[in-house]
Write a protein that binds this ligand. Structure first.
Ligand SMILES: [Fe+2]
Length: 587
């Protein structure tokens, strides 16, 4: 049973002073901090109510232990020499970290920064990057460098499946033309004009990364890229095919196709992966899941009393979000920290892109069905096989039905919504410039109808669970450095003619490669909690029970539908299988 078993809306509560008392306490504990990322709020502290259960710590500890063993085995098997030795600590000190739940220092101990390699600075072949997996397997699919079907599917079932859009007109800066199209046997008699008319041509354009300024490795410069990817569905086809990659923004940039030289084409795809990784980590992952939800957690504690039915519904979907964000801020995001070391750009310019994209993101315009429609890739589009979309909509609809059933238990009419003053205060605070800064969180009149309330809650629950799972867990595959380097180490080619040695020069040096393997292994392999599985006693109101069963049953149906779909898909998509979607953003 929860402490507050009398769930009620504020307007029907006979003891309003009890609600205020608790809200006052939470308003002291939960505060916004704008000093870490300028103009982007995160929680100033981690109050007990926002902490994750003990099992969360244990899961991170277990994965980090594997990472430490992997470091040890790399150093045992190879005579690599780094600036610093692997730090040793007495067992008593390690035990104390574990007992105290001191994850920060445990992570620093298990995945330490040993500085740059002093010899064998760079792996000399693609194969050597795969030899960094000692204690755990090379991630499934992480070796598919030369599979162009898999590469096309990356944009609908990969790390960042939210970028692709229908191309409605060629831009002046495109060097892509019909000659590139006709090289592909499935498009031998096609034309750009014809494909645009048929709505079969799609683009992924990384022009927004122009704001990023290239960073520096101690031994050499790093490079980010702003490529443009052209994909299309053949006449009477279901799957996307890759037609061409323009490797930079200008019309005179090199345009490569699957029929270019083997290593030239591989590096064109690699440059896309670098660009996509930078956009993904800064915007899609950090900006639009972790840091979008952080202030919604704060506002929920500050404005919805524990007796409020929406507090009860939302809080399980916030478990561990403030702690993982705080850990990220301390270990990953500082100047010179892991993110800056691994990604291509200087962190300050990454923050600038994060701030612009996160703060201009319009919450209501990006409800999943609206987002898909705006990109011209909804279910009526010519892309018949879009696993993120197809599986995402199943999960979206299941969440929407659950939220709708739940809202019906407490709000009899739109006027019950309009008269809920805690809901109104919550909404205002989430949108306020000096608090949540979530653009477009509610219509101008506020949340005054059941329909808008259900849409808002669906978007929050979906973002905390499925959307984060979709952009977080493919990081496991991205730990295969040669498959998905996070930064480039050579400038964009202006001519063709690369061989394997030349291609390898684009990949990260040894120190960064090991750091990528270890960091993305942690982020991509730590699964804690499961969508729809609420802790016993979460809902003290017995009327919720049958509604929750219905939700859980619906998720089981979604699970089996996705498993069936995966039998016939060119690339199996596991990231939105409900049993692998956590309840909250906690890694
Ligand atoms: Fe994450």
């Amino acid at each position: 049973m929860t402490l507050f078993s009398q769930t009620s809306l504020p307007q029907f509560d006979s003891k309003p002073e009890k609600r205020l008392e608790k809200l006052e306490e939470f308003r002291q504990k939960f505060q916004y901090d704008f000093s870490v990322v300028d103009q982007v709020p995160i929680s100033a502290s981690i109050p007990d109510e926002a902490k994750a259960g003990t099992l969360w710590n244990l899961k991170i500890v277990a994965t980090q232990y594997q990472i430490r063993r992997n470091w040890e085995k790399i150093l045992e098997d190879k005579d690599y020499v780094f600036e610093f030795p692997l730090p040793e600590k007495p067992v008593s000190e390690i035990a104390k970290m574990l007992i105290d739940g001191d994850l920060l220092n445990y992570i620093r101990y298990t995945n330490p920064d040993l500085g740059v390699a002093l010899k064998d600075k760079r792996p000399s072949s693609f194969t050597q990057y795969y030899e960094l997996f000692k204690q755990f397997d090379i991630p499934e699919g992480g070796d598919k460098l030369f599979d162009d079907g898999e590469f096309a599917d990356y944009f609908v079932a990969g790390l960042n499946p939210v970028m692709i859009q229908k191309l409605t007109a060629l831009q002046d800066n495109y060097g892509f033309n019909d000659d590139h199209v006709n090289q592909h046997p499935k498009f031998a008699d096609d034309s750009i004009e014809g494909m645009i008319a048929d709505e079969r041509l799609f683009v992924v354009d990384y022009f927004e990364l122009a704001l990023l300024k290239d960073g520096q490795h101690p031994d050499q410069p790093k490079y980010g890229y702003r490529p443009i990817v052209f994909l299309a569905v053949p006449k009477n086809g279901d799957n996307l095919e890759i037609l061409a990659i323009q490797n930079e923004q200008g019309a005179d940039a090199l345009v490569l196709t699957p029929f270019s030289g083997k290593w030239d084409w591989l590096i064109a795809k690699t440059m896309v992966k670098v660009a996509d990784s930078n956009y993904h980590e800064v915007v899609s992952h950090l900006g639009l899941t972790h840091l979008l939800i952080d202030p919604i957690v704060i506002a929920t504690f500050r404005q919805l009393a524990p007796q409020h039915p929406l507090h009860t519904l939302l809080v399980p979907h916030f478990e561990g979000t403030l702690p993982i964000n705080a850990l990220a801020v301390k270990t990953l995001l500082p100047k010179g920290g892991t993110v800056e070391q691994l990604l291509s750009a200087e962190i300050e310019t990454g923050y600038e892109v994060l701030r612009i994209k996160r703060n201009s993101f319009h919450f209501r315009d990006n409800l999943l069905p609206a987002n898909l429609k705006a990109r011209g890739v909804d279910s009526s589009s010519k892309i018949k096989n879009y696993p993120y979309r197809d599986d995402g909509l199943l999960v979206w609809n299941a969440i929407q039905d659950w939220v709708s059933d739940y809202v019906d238990l407490y709000y009899n009419s739109d006027s019950d919504v309009a008269n809920d003053n805690e809901l109104a205060a919550w909404t205002s605070e989430i949108m306020a410039p000096d608090a949540g800064r979530v653009n477009g969180f509610a219509p101008s009149e506020g949340i005054i109808t059941k329909q808008v309330l259900v849409e808002t809650l669906t978007m929050i629950l979906f973002t905390c669970s499925a959307q984060h799972a979709a952009v977080n867990f493919p990081q496991g595959r991205a730990s295969a450095v040669a498959y998905q380097p996070l930064a480039g180490y050579q400038p964009a080619p202006t001519t063709e003619g690369l061989d394997e040695q030349g291609a390898t020069e684009f990949l990260p040096p040894l120190d960064r490669a090991i750091k990528q393997v270890h960091t993305l292994h942690l982020l991509g392999q730590t699964y804690y909690t499961q969508l729809g599985q609420y802790n016993l006693g979460t809902f003290s109101d017995k009327r919720v029970v049958p509604k929750l069963w219905k939700f859980q049953l619906a998720l089981r149906g979604v699970e089996s539908t996705i498993k069936d779909r995966n039998k016939t898909r060119r690339t199996s998509y596991e990231y939105l299988v409900p049993s692998k979607i956590p309840q909250s953003i906690n890694i």
